[in-house]
Write a protein of this length. Sequence first.
Length: 364
Amino acid sequence: MLEVFKRLGQELAAGRPAVMASIIHQVGSSPRSLGSRFLVLSDGSLVGSIGGGGLEARVIGAAQEMMGSDSASVMEIRMTGKEVAGTDMLCGGNVDVLVQGFSPASWNGPGREVLEGVLRLLEKGGRGILMAGPLPDKGRTEAINMYFHRPGQELTGAASGDRSRPSILTLLETGAERVLGTNTTRIMDSPGGRYVLEPLYSNPTAIIFGGGHISVNLAPLLALVEFRVVVVDDRMEFAHRDRFPHAAEIVVANFKDCLDRLNFTPETYSVIVTRGHLHDKTVLAGVLARPFRYVGMIGSRRKRNMVFDALMKEGVNPELIKKIHSPIGLDIGAETAEEIAVSIAAEMIKVRAENLRLVKDWKV
């Protein structure tokens, strides 16, 4: 999502139009999930994907016809029987795709404010909702608006005198928890028409402590599934860009001092895979004193228990100890560094999915 929105802003700022297509409704099987999107550029190239194959080809054709306009349409794609054979679908599926044109004029009004707000969230952190509508009726092409809102901030895209503002705020009040709580795009009705509400979350940060064999394999996996990866090691020969090209940040520092140089939030994932249990203990003690979503430490149960006992003797709350994933990773019978990296990434994906739960602090 970040790549698509960043490129959209770049194209509009450069005076070039683009068309964005996103899956807003899905029944049955489809190659990609709700909220998947891609961008069709004026030169015909693509950024992102909604699944490829015949589904995407249809949408590209519609997008090229819309290029240069600020209009939108909803494509209802129903694929069964012979049509499925020419696609990436495993079985028949119904998909609605919002195809929305953006001209350079979009960059000089409320649309720019919305895009900049979305990019700030995706790059810097947080959660919010992106809205689009009112949606055109089937078979029609009309201009629609985009809105962006996050807790504690003003609604972006609708001015105070905008007659649609009250119905937009009502939709947020009634739909925000349902959308963010399930992390699912929804189409909702209001007196002013039908709107798409889409949850937005920034990529969580995964801090890998240790630059060894497991980390070398884990970092690209986590980057691939949209974690922001930070690698920490006290040895420069183990922590450099050639070794970790997918890392957003590389820190060379001893494992005690490095903690104050790192940014910890309630959505931080820490992976402790240093070269020795003394370093593991140092890092674990520091991480547990800071906010976190996930903490995993490699090692046998014997090593784990030694570290845990030492920390509890030093006064660490046993309830915090219970939150540590150790031995780290899902139990898939992993033995090699590559397999262990897969098991760790899988466990982190599982935790991330489980924690996209109901948001209690939503205010409009």
